[in-house]
Ligand binder design. Structure first.
Ligand code: NAD
Length: 514
């Protein structure tokens, strides 16, 4: 894709019941490229009425026996076909995410799009082994009976996704929902709806109409309408903890099944025997990938006091090599942050750190990238002398900012690491595997990386402890999140007089019943 290529400003419509549909009032909103500020697309702005139409289509599709009762073998084939279509459309999906989210083509093409296809492929295997029906042991008391546990789809699932990894996070919801026979209405983030709309097109080629629907628009109107809708059975949300709390309270009114994948402030503990040759680039990879806009970024680095200056020097040396640029240029290491508003927010966090006594030892300011003058770039920033109770160490910044915090004992590091409302990810660097497991056991997080970062797997669960979320995505666990269990009891005691447990109610007829 040429960098000079003129972006063709297309208008994207809503995808409802297998049809491209304009929004009820015909309104659109703009999607622009965070690297250049240029308009890249106009997208239909859905209303509450559009949400109602999408939910009705999803409900009707859910009622189709052919969809709900589809055999695991057929479902497996369907998921595999989607994986193949993702690979066939990889170039376009990468491009759509790059021009809207600011993710580099190097990351999107080497990681996100492959992981997205791999996830569908992984679930295509898991659906074949899934325990749709389990038989429980025959009870001797109070009487013999056959007992099963069946797993059934939940129904109409609504998914609300963030802007940072649009295609990958959408797949974490679409794949298990379809794998288990649900139908889905997605609301992507307004900055990045394009790849999700492309997904609708790809997936609709292999599923009945109404199974997948995409409604684009604001969180306040479209997102809240989905969370409140009485005919939506489940809501799966990924985004900030603040919005997650709001969605949970809205969904509570109709007691919806709710999964939440929320923010993080992940601790990264460097032990004094760490191999610095790997731990330094590894920790920087852990925090600066996608300009620090990944929920599980390692944003707080804990360093032993006696190594502090050495580590700081090595971090700065390596960080200064990072090249900011146009995400479409394969030589770019880091792209922009998502918006001018987010850029200002990040800079204000850096100012607050300075006021609280931290030192900016590299970065800390905007950068102008030639050819991308309208973009929102920030130099990767390292803050030294950060205390764990400073605002910058407590709140999620969602930008390229690393806080380096001293510690004197491993116990102190673990205590500070866990002293946060979040619990999404954590990491430890050491050459001693026993020490690593000891620290990993004590860290309160949904994923712990030992001598690495960011390596999520499609077959391993991902999700947060504490206020980082409820439920798990990926792995076999994600299939459980899109099913509900039904216990079925079949009596094997035809004789009334052997049903001694009826005496609990019929005390006067004890003799008769016996
Ligand atoms: P956000 O919470 O602002 O928005 C997420 C989505 O919610 C968007 O689609 C938005 O339009 C919608 N929304 C906003 N207000 C809403 C409301 N009142 N009702 C319903 N929907 C509403 O988050 P963001 O800025 O798009 O993404 C960044 C956040 O996402 C960070 O906090 C990051 O940690 C988190 N995140 C978490 C994970 C994870 O797996 N835990 C993954 C990626 C991002």
């Amino acid at each position: 894709m040429s960098l000079q290529q003129q972006v063709d400003v297309k208008t994207f419509l809503l995808f409802i019941n297998g049809e491209w549909t304009p929004a009820t009032h015909g309104e659109t909103f703009d999607v622009s490229n965070p690297a250049t500020g240029e308009l890249v697309a106009k997208v239909a702005k859905a209303t509450k009425e559009d949400v109602n139409k999408a939910v009705t289509a999803a409900r009707e599709a859910f009622e189709l026996e052919a969809w709900r009762e589809m055999k695991p073998e057929q479902r497996s084939k369907m998921l595999l076909m989607i994986a193949q279509k993702i690979i066939a459309n990889a170039k376009e999906l990468v491009y759509l995410d790059a021009i809207s989210s600011g993710g580099t083509v190097r990351r999107l093409s080497n990681s996100d799009v492959l992981q997205t296809a791999l996830f569908f492929q992984t679930l295509s295997k898991f659906v074949l082994e899934y325990p749709y029906s389990e038989t429980l042991p025959m009870p001797l008391f109070p009487g013999p009976a056959h007992n099963f546990v069946w797993r059934e789809p939940i129904g109409v699932c609504a998914a609300i996704t963030p802007w940072n990894m649009p295609m990958l996070i959408a797949s974490w919801k679409i794949a298990p929902a379809l794998a288990m026979g649900n139908t889905i209405v997605l609301k992507p983030a307004s900055y990045t709806p394009l790849s999700t709309l492309k997904f609708a097109e790809i997936i609709s080629e292999v599923v009945p109409k109404g199974v997948i629907n995409v409604v684009t628009g604001s969180g306040a109107e479209v997102g809240e309408s989905l969370a409140a809708h009485p005919d939506v059975d489940k809501i799966a949300f990924t985004g900030s903890t603040e919005v997650g709390r709001k969605i949970m309270s809205i969904a509570a009114k109709t007691v919806k099944n709710t999964t939440l994948e929320l923010g993080g402030k992940s601790p990264n503990i460097l032990l004094d025997d760490a191999d610095l040759e790997i731990a330094i680039p590894g920790s920087l990879f852990g925090v600066f990938l996608h300009s620090g806009q990944l929920c599980e970024s390692g944003t707080r680095l804990f360093v032993p006091d006696h190594m502090y200056d050495t580590v700081i020097n090595l971090l700065v040396k390596q960080t200064s090599k990072l090249k900011l640029g146009n995400p479409l240029d394969p030589s770019t290491d880091m792209g922009p942050v998502i918006s001018a508003k987010q850029q200002e927010k990040i800079l204000s966090y850096i100012e607050s750190a300075k006021k609280e006594g931290a030192r900016v030892i590299c970065g800390g300011k905007k950068e102008t990238v030639p050819g991308c003058e309208g973009g929102h770039f920030i130099r990767p920033t390292i803050l030294a002398d950060v205390a764990n109770d400073m605002k910058v160490a407590k709140e999620e910044i969602f930008g390229p900012v690393l806080s380096v915090i001293r510690y004197n004992s491993v116990e102190e590091a673990i205590e500070m690491a866990n002293d946060t409302i979040y619990g999404l990810a954590a990491g430890v660097w050491t050459k001693d595997v026993n020490k690593a497991y000891d620290v990993a056991r004590k860290l309160r997080a949904g994923v712990v990386w030992i001598n690495d970062w960011h390596l999520l797997r499609p077959d391993a669960p991902f999700g947060g402890y504490k206020q980082s979320g409820i439920g798990r995505e990926m792995g076999k666990h994600s299939l459980d999140e899109y099913t509900q269990t039904k216990h079925v009891h079949t009596s094997m005691t035809p004789e009334l007089n052997k049903r001694s447990w009826y005496n609990i109610l019929f005390s006067n007829s004890n003799d008769e019943l016996r």
